[in-house]
Design a protein around this ligand. Structure first.
Ligand code: NAP
Length: 299
Protein backbone atom coordinates (compact mmCIF):
# COMPACT_ATOMS: atom_id res chain seq x y z
CA UNK A 1 0.00 0.00 0.00
CA UNK A 2 1.34 3.42 -0.97
CA UNK A 3 0.54 6.59 0.94
CA UNK A 4 0.16 8.56 -2.28
CA UNK A 5 0.03 7.57 -5.93
CA UNK A 6 0.59 10.44 -8.33
CA UNK A 7 -0.55 10.08 -11.91
CA UNK A 8 1.72 12.14 -14.17
CA UNK A 9 5.36 13.19 -13.87
CA UNK A 10 5.08 16.76 -15.11
CA UNK A 11 5.87 19.76 -12.89
CA UNK A 12 2.60 19.41 -10.92
CA UNK A 13 2.97 15.68 -10.27
CA UNK A 14 6.68 15.86 -9.47
CA UNK A 15 6.09 18.76 -7.07
CA UNK A 16 3.47 16.67 -5.25
CA UNK A 17 6.05 13.87 -5.14
CA UNK A 18 8.66 16.30 -3.77
CA UNK A 19 6.40 17.45 -0.94
CA UNK A 20 5.19 13.94 -0.08
CA UNK A 21 8.71 12.50 -0.39
CA UNK A 22 10.12 15.13 1.93
CA UNK A 23 7.39 14.21 4.44
CA UNK A 24 8.68 10.64 4.33
CA UNK A 25 5.60 9.22 2.65
CA UNK A 26 5.64 6.10 0.48
CA UNK A 27 5.07 7.60 -2.95
CA UNK A 28 4.60 6.12 -6.41
CA UNK A 29 4.55 8.27 -9.53
CA UNK A 30 2.99 6.67 -12.61
CA UNK A 31 3.88 8.23 -15.95
CA UNK A 32 2.74 7.07 -19.39
CA UNK A 33 5.57 8.64 -21.44
CA UNK A 34 8.50 10.69 -20.14
CA UNK A 35 9.01 12.82 -17.06
CA UNK A 36 8.72 16.59 -17.44
CA UNK A 37 5.37 17.08 -19.17
CA UNK A 38 4.88 19.93 -21.63
CA UNK A 39 7.55 22.20 -20.12
CA UNK A 40 10.28 19.86 -21.34
CA UNK A 41 9.63 21.25 -24.85
CA UNK A 42 10.03 24.92 -23.85
CA UNK A 43 13.33 26.25 -25.16
CA UNK A 44 13.52 28.86 -22.42
CA UNK A 45 11.56 29.48 -19.25
CA UNK A 46 12.04 33.07 -18.13
CA UNK A 47 8.98 33.72 -15.98
CA UNK A 48 9.62 31.35 -13.11
CA UNK A 49 10.29 33.43 -10.00
CA UNK A 50 13.90 33.25 -8.85
CA UNK A 51 15.25 31.62 -12.01
CA UNK A 52 16.22 34.17 -14.62
CA UNK A 53 16.41 31.73 -17.49
CA UNK A 54 16.46 27.96 -17.81
CA UNK A 55 15.58 25.49 -20.54
CA UNK A 56 12.42 23.48 -19.97
CA UNK A 57 14.49 20.30 -20.24
CA UNK A 58 16.97 21.40 -17.55
CA UNK A 59 14.17 22.55 -15.28
CA UNK A 60 12.29 19.25 -15.59
CA UNK A 61 15.46 17.19 -15.18
CA UNK A 62 16.47 19.10 -12.04
CA UNK A 63 13.03 18.52 -10.55
CA UNK A 64 13.09 14.83 -11.53
CA UNK A 65 16.53 14.34 -9.92
CA UNK A 66 15.43 16.19 -6.79
CA UNK A 67 12.45 13.85 -6.44
CA UNK A 68 14.42 10.67 -7.22
CA UNK A 69 16.92 11.51 -4.46
CA UNK A 70 14.07 11.28 -1.95
CA UNK A 71 13.47 7.64 -2.86
CA UNK A 72 10.19 8.28 -4.67
CA UNK A 73 9.34 5.39 -7.02
CA UNK A 74 8.62 6.36 -10.63
CA UNK A 75 7.14 3.76 -12.97
CA UNK A 76 6.42 4.20 -16.66
CA UNK A 77 2.92 2.75 -16.96
CA UNK A 78 -0.33 4.07 -18.38
CA UNK A 79 -3.15 4.46 -15.88
CA UNK A 80 -6.33 2.92 -17.31
CA UNK A 81 -8.66 3.43 -14.36
CA UNK A 82 -8.86 4.65 -10.79
CA UNK A 83 -11.41 3.06 -8.47
CA UNK A 84 -13.21 4.98 -5.73
CA UNK A 85 -11.24 2.98 -3.13
CA UNK A 86 -8.00 4.34 -4.70
CA UNK A 87 -7.03 1.19 -6.53
CA UNK A 88 -5.05 2.35 -9.55
CA UNK A 89 -5.10 0.03 -12.55
CA UNK A 90 -2.41 0.45 -15.17
CA UNK A 91 -1.57 -1.34 -18.42
CA UNK A 92 0.90 -3.45 -16.42
CA UNK A 93 -0.28 -3.76 -12.82
CA UNK A 94 -2.63 -2.70 -10.04
CA UNK A 95 -1.71 -0.52 -7.02
CA UNK A 96 -3.44 0.71 -3.90
CA UNK A 97 -2.96 4.03 -2.12
CA UNK A 98 -4.42 6.08 0.71
CA UNK A 99 -4.58 9.07 -1.64
CA UNK A 100 -4.30 9.62 -5.38
CA UNK A 101 -3.31 12.85 -7.11
CA UNK A 102 -4.20 13.19 -10.80
CA UNK A 103 -1.66 15.43 -12.51
CA UNK A 104 -1.93 14.30 -16.09
CA UNK A 105 -1.50 17.72 -17.73
CA UNK A 106 -2.60 18.04 -21.33
CA UNK A 107 -1.41 16.85 -24.73
CA UNK A 108 -0.66 18.90 -27.84
CA UNK A 109 -3.80 19.96 -29.68
CA UNK A 110 -3.98 18.91 -33.33
CA UNK A 111 -5.15 21.03 -36.24
CA UNK A 112 -7.23 18.08 -37.39
CA UNK A 113 -6.70 18.75 -41.08
CA UNK A 114 -6.06 16.21 -43.80
CA UNK A 115 -2.59 14.65 -43.96
CA UNK A 116 -1.52 16.11 -40.58
CA UNK A 117 -0.95 12.60 -39.29
CA UNK A 118 0.82 11.46 -42.52
CA UNK A 119 3.34 14.30 -42.36
CA UNK A 120 4.15 13.87 -38.68
CA UNK A 121 7.96 13.57 -38.53
CA UNK A 122 8.04 14.42 -42.24
CA UNK A 123 7.59 18.15 -41.95
CA UNK A 124 4.92 18.43 -39.30
CA UNK A 125 6.08 18.80 -35.71
CA UNK A 126 4.67 19.84 -32.33
CA UNK A 127 8.04 20.61 -30.74
CA UNK A 128 10.64 23.03 -32.08
CA UNK A 129 13.26 22.18 -29.48
CA UNK A 130 12.94 18.50 -30.41
CA UNK A 131 12.89 18.82 -34.21
CA UNK A 132 14.13 22.35 -35.00
CA UNK A 133 17.66 21.21 -35.88
CA UNK A 134 16.29 19.36 -38.94
CA UNK A 135 15.38 22.74 -40.46
CA UNK A 136 18.77 24.46 -40.56
CA UNK A 137 18.69 27.05 -43.36
CA UNK A 138 15.21 25.95 -44.41
CA UNK A 139 11.81 27.63 -44.47
CA UNK A 140 9.39 26.89 -41.66
CA UNK A 141 6.02 28.05 -40.38
CA UNK A 142 4.75 28.13 -36.82
CA UNK A 143 1.02 28.09 -36.21
CA UNK A 144 -0.43 29.56 -33.00
CA UNK A 145 -0.53 32.75 -30.97
CA UNK A 146 0.30 31.69 -27.40
CA UNK A 147 3.61 31.58 -25.54
CA UNK A 148 4.52 28.23 -27.02
CA UNK A 149 4.13 29.47 -30.61
CA UNK A 150 6.06 32.66 -29.86
CA UNK A 151 8.89 30.76 -28.20
CA UNK A 152 9.03 28.20 -31.00
CA UNK A 153 9.26 31.01 -33.56
CA UNK A 154 12.11 32.64 -31.60
CA UNK A 155 13.95 29.35 -31.34
CA UNK A 156 13.48 28.50 -35.02
CA UNK A 157 14.51 31.98 -36.19
CA UNK A 158 18.07 31.16 -35.06
CA UNK A 159 18.11 27.95 -37.10
CA UNK A 160 15.93 28.38 -40.18
CA UNK A 161 16.36 30.92 -42.98
CA UNK A 162 12.75 32.06 -42.73
CA UNK A 163 9.96 31.67 -40.20
CA UNK A 164 6.31 32.45 -40.89
CA UNK A 165 4.27 32.89 -37.73
CA UNK A 166 0.64 32.24 -38.56
CA UNK A 167 -2.10 33.17 -36.12
CA UNK A 168 -5.87 33.07 -36.49
CA UNK A 169 -6.48 36.46 -34.83
CA UNK A 170 -4.91 39.91 -35.19
CA UNK A 171 -3.15 39.89 -31.83
CA UNK A 172 -1.12 37.34 -29.95
CA UNK A 173 -2.22 35.74 -26.73
CA UNK A 174 1.39 35.25 -25.55
CA UNK A 175 3.64 37.68 -23.69
CA UNK A 176 4.64 41.03 -25.17
CA UNK A 177 8.33 40.41 -24.39
CA UNK A 178 8.37 37.50 -26.85
CA UNK A 179 6.43 39.50 -29.47
CA UNK A 180 8.97 42.36 -29.23
CA UNK A 181 11.85 39.94 -29.62
CA UNK A 182 10.24 38.48 -32.75
CA UNK A 183 9.60 41.93 -34.20
CA UNK A 184 13.37 42.52 -34.08
CA UNK A 185 14.10 39.46 -36.24
CA UNK A 186 14.55 40.06 -39.97
CA UNK A 187 13.69 36.50 -40.94
CA UNK A 188 10.32 36.33 -39.13
CA UNK A 189 7.09 37.26 -40.89
CA UNK A 190 3.79 37.53 -39.03
CA UNK A 191 0.65 36.36 -40.82
CA UNK A 192 -2.47 37.32 -38.88
CA UNK A 193 -6.14 36.41 -39.26
CA UNK A 194 -5.27 33.18 -41.02
CA UNK A 195 -5.56 29.45 -40.56
CA UNK A 196 -3.59 26.58 -42.04
CA UNK A 197 -6.09 24.63 -44.10
CA UNK A 198 -4.08 22.32 -46.32
CA UNK A 199 -0.80 20.41 -46.24
CA UNK A 200 0.87 19.42 -49.51
CA UNK A 201 3.79 17.28 -50.58
CA UNK A 202 4.65 13.79 -51.78
CA UNK A 203 6.63 11.93 -49.12
CA UNK A 204 7.24 15.00 -47.01
CA UNK A 205 5.72 18.41 -46.46
CA UNK A 206 6.48 20.84 -49.28
CA UNK A 207 3.87 23.57 -48.88
CA UNK A 208 0.92 24.69 -46.82
CA UNK A 209 -2.21 26.55 -47.81
CA UNK A 210 -3.43 29.30 -45.50
CA UNK A 211 -6.87 30.87 -45.59
CA UNK A 212 -7.50 34.35 -44.21
CA UNK A 213 -10.65 35.40 -42.41
CA UNK A 214 -11.98 36.89 -45.68
CA UNK A 215 -11.79 33.45 -47.32
CA UNK A 216 -8.72 34.16 -49.49
CA UNK A 217 -6.20 31.35 -49.78
CA UNK A 218 -2.46 31.45 -50.37
CA UNK A 219 0.15 28.72 -50.78
CA UNK A 220 3.42 29.02 -48.85
CA UNK A 221 6.43 26.86 -49.71
CA UNK A 222 7.70 25.50 -46.41
CA UNK A 223 9.87 22.59 -45.32
CA UNK A 224 8.37 22.41 -41.86
CA UNK A 225 5.21 23.33 -39.99
CA UNK A 226 5.33 23.60 -36.20
CA UNK A 227 1.85 23.36 -34.73
CA UNK A 228 1.65 25.16 -31.37
CA UNK A 229 -2.05 25.71 -30.81
CA UNK A 230 -2.25 24.73 -27.18
CA UNK A 231 -3.01 21.59 -25.31
CA UNK A 232 -6.03 19.48 -24.55
CA UNK A 233 -6.45 17.19 -21.53
CA UNK A 234 -7.39 13.54 -21.65
CA UNK A 235 -9.31 12.57 -18.55
CA UNK A 236 -12.01 10.19 -19.82
CA UNK A 237 -10.37 7.29 -17.99
CA UNK A 238 -11.09 8.97 -14.65
CA UNK A 239 -14.69 9.97 -15.31
CA UNK A 240 -16.00 7.53 -12.68
CA UNK A 241 -14.22 9.42 -9.87
CA UNK A 242 -14.03 13.05 -11.10
CA UNK A 243 -16.31 15.54 -12.81
CA UNK A 244 -15.06 16.66 -16.22
CA UNK A 245 -16.13 19.88 -17.95
CA UNK A 246 -17.08 20.29 -21.64
CA UNK A 247 -13.44 20.89 -22.58
CA UNK A 248 -12.18 17.76 -20.84
CA UNK A 249 -10.71 19.48 -17.75
CA UNK A 250 -11.33 18.11 -14.24
CA UNK A 251 -13.58 20.21 -12.01
CA UNK A 252 -11.74 21.03 -8.81
CA UNK A 253 -13.26 21.92 -5.47
CA UNK A 254 -11.11 24.30 -3.36
CA UNK A 255 -8.41 24.09 -6.03
CA UNK A 256 -7.28 20.48 -5.65
CA UNK A 257 -10.12 18.30 -4.32
CA UNK A 258 -12.35 16.24 -6.61
CA UNK A 259 -15.81 14.86 -5.97
CA UNK A 260 -14.23 11.67 -4.59
CA UNK A 261 -12.62 11.62 -1.14
CA UNK A 262 -8.85 11.26 -1.16
CA UNK A 263 -8.61 11.72 -4.95
CA UNK A 264 -7.06 15.07 -5.82
CA UNK A 265 -6.16 16.94 -8.98
CA UNK A 266 -3.19 19.23 -9.72
CA UNK A 267 -1.84 21.26 -12.62
CA UNK A 268 -2.97 21.95 -16.18
CA UNK A 269 -5.48 19.11 -16.25
CA UNK A 270 -7.89 20.86 -13.89
CA UNK A 271 -10.26 23.75 -14.56
CA UNK A 272 -8.28 26.90 -13.75
CA UNK A 273 -7.63 30.47 -14.77
CA UNK A 274 -3.94 30.26 -15.62
CA UNK A 275 -1.96 27.29 -16.87
CA UNK A 276 1.70 28.03 -16.24
CA UNK A 277 4.67 26.38 -14.61
CA UNK A 278 4.17 28.51 -11.51
CA UNK A 279 0.53 27.49 -11.12
CA UNK A 280 1.31 23.82 -11.81
CA UNK A 281 3.92 23.61 -9.06
CA UNK A 282 1.60 25.59 -6.78
CA UNK A 283 -1.12 23.01 -7.33
CA UNK A 284 1.32 20.14 -6.84
CA UNK A 285 2.44 21.41 -3.45
CA UNK A 286 -1.13 22.14 -2.30
CA UNK A 287 -2.48 18.76 -3.46
CA UNK A 288 0.22 16.82 -1.60
CA UNK A 289 -0.16 18.94 1.54
CA UNK A 290 -3.97 18.61 1.58
CA UNK A 291 -3.74 14.85 0.88
CA UNK A 292 -1.31 14.35 3.77
CA UNK A 293 -3.42 16.48 6.12
CA UNK A 294 -6.58 14.53 5.28
CA UNK A 295 -4.73 11.24 5.72
CA UNK A 296 -3.78 12.29 9.25
CA UNK A 297 -7.45 12.96 9.99
CA UNK A 298 -8.30 9.40 8.87
CA UNK A 299 -5.96 7.87 11.46
P1 NAP B 1 -2.31 28.67 -25.44
O1 NAP B 1 -1.82 29.79 -24.57
O2 NAP B 1 -3.58 27.99 -25.12
O3 NAP B 1 -2.37 29.25 -26.92
C1 NAP B 1 -2.87 28.49 -27.97
C2 NAP B 1 -2.87 29.34 -29.20
O4 NAP B 1 -3.28 28.56 -30.31
C3 NAP B 1 -3.83 30.54 -29.11
O5 NAP B 1 -3.23 31.66 -29.68
C4 NAP B 1 -5.03 30.07 -29.91
O6 NAP B 1 -5.67 31.10 -30.61
C5 NAP B 1 -4.41 29.16 -30.94
N1 NAP B 1 -5.32 28.08 -31.36
C6 NAP B 1 -6.02 27.23 -30.59
N2 NAP B 1 -6.70 26.35 -31.34
C7 NAP B 1 -6.42 26.66 -32.63
C8 NAP B 1 -6.81 26.12 -33.87
N3 NAP B 1 -7.63 25.05 -33.95
N4 NAP B 1 -6.34 26.68 -35.00
C9 NAP B 1 -5.49 27.74 -34.92
N5 NAP B 1 -5.08 28.30 -33.78
C10 NAP B 1 -5.54 27.77 -32.64
O7 NAP B 1 -1.25 27.48 -25.54
P2 NAP B 1 0.34 27.50 -25.39
O8 NAP B 1 0.94 28.60 -26.16
O9 NAP B 1 0.78 26.12 -25.69
O10 NAP B 1 0.57 27.75 -23.85
C11 NAP B 1 -0.07 26.93 -22.86
C12 NAP B 1 0.24 27.51 -21.48
O11 NAP B 1 1.61 27.30 -21.16
C13 NAP B 1 -0.01 29.01 -21.44
O12 NAP B 1 -0.51 29.37 -20.18
C14 NAP B 1 1.36 29.57 -21.65
O13 NAP B 1 1.53 30.87 -21.13
C15 NAP B 1 2.23 28.55 -20.91
N6 NAP B 1 3.60 28.53 -21.44
C16 NAP B 1 4.54 29.18 -20.72
C17 NAP B 1 5.84 29.23 -21.20
C18 NAP B 1 6.88 29.94 -20.41
O14 NAP B 1 7.76 30.53 -20.94
N7 NAP B 1 6.82 29.89 -19.09
C19 NAP B 1 6.18 28.62 -22.39
C20 NAP B 1 5.19 27.98 -23.12
C21 NAP B 1 3.88 27.94 -22.64
P3 NAP B 1 -6.51 32.24 -29.86
O15 NAP B 1 -5.50 33.16 -29.25
O16 NAP B 1 -7.30 32.84 -30.97
O17 NAP B 1 -7.35 31.51 -28.86
Amino acid sequence: MYDIIIVGAGPAGLTSALYAGRANKKVLVLEAKNYGGQIINASKVENYPGIESISGFDYATNLYNQVKKLGVEIKYETVLRIEEDRTVITDKDKYQARAVIIATGAANRKLNIEREQDFMGKGVSYCATCDGHFYKNKIVAVNGGGNTALQEAIYLSDIADKVYLIHRRDEFRGEEAYVSELKGKDNVEFIFNSNVVELNGDDKLESIVIKDNGGNTKELKVDGLFIAIGQAPSNEAFSNVVDINDYGYIEAIDDVRTKTDCIYVAGDTRVKELRQLTTAVGDGSIAATVAMKEMRKDN
